[in-house]
Design a protein around this ligand. Structure first.
Ligand SMILES: *[C@@H]1O[C@H](CO)[C@@H](O)[C@H](O)[C@H]1NC(C)=O
Length: 143
């Protein structure tokens, strides 16, 4: 009778341990699966991004390029120009000596320069380079 009780409680303890182990490994498996899913998502996102190797929109502050008087403010003071992404452009190429060469065109943009001292304004135009295509090419005589 006593030994049966001992056996029973030993079986209970063993069963509890099995349950705990199963629960722990299930948690571990779930955790592992979650991390694996995150990894696959991250990888896919980056591959998609690398496929977008064309010129990317970049917000550029225009004031440094314009000849403004110190009393002048400019509007808009930001513009969006497209730029080739050096890293993404040659991302699929493992060849040394390759560079991302942009095809660029001049674009004329117009701005208002407001003179806050004299309360007058003028329109100024300025040519910027805008990248329209990017290509990863071997550079023959590079530095
Ligand atoms: C710059 O080039 C892109 C194409 O790469 C074009 O979509 C965009 O409109 C151009 N921006 C300007 C200011 O002309």
């Amino acid at each position: 009778m006593v030994s049966l009780k001992v056996q029973k409680s030993a079986a209970c303890a063993w069963f509890a341990m099995v349950l705990l182990t199963v629960a722990a490994s299930a948690t571990h498996a779930r955790h592992h699966f979650h991390r694996q899913k995150k990894l696959v998502e991250h990888n896919a996102r980056q591959v998609m991004r690398l496929k977008e190797r064309g010129p990317q929109p970049r917000v550029v502050g225009v004031a440094p390029a314009l000849q403004l008087k110190s009393s002048e403010m400019v509007e808009p003071w930001l513009t969006v120009l497209h730029r080739c992404d050096e890293v993404a452009c040659c991302a699929f190429s493992q060849m040394p000596g390759q560079r991302c060469l942009p095809k660029q065109e001049r674009v004329t943009l117009y701005f208002r320069a407001i003179d806050i001292a004299s309360k007058t304004w003028r329109i100024i135009q300025h040519e910027f380079f805008n990248h329209t295509e990017c290509a990863c090419r071997a550079v023959e005589h590079g530095p």
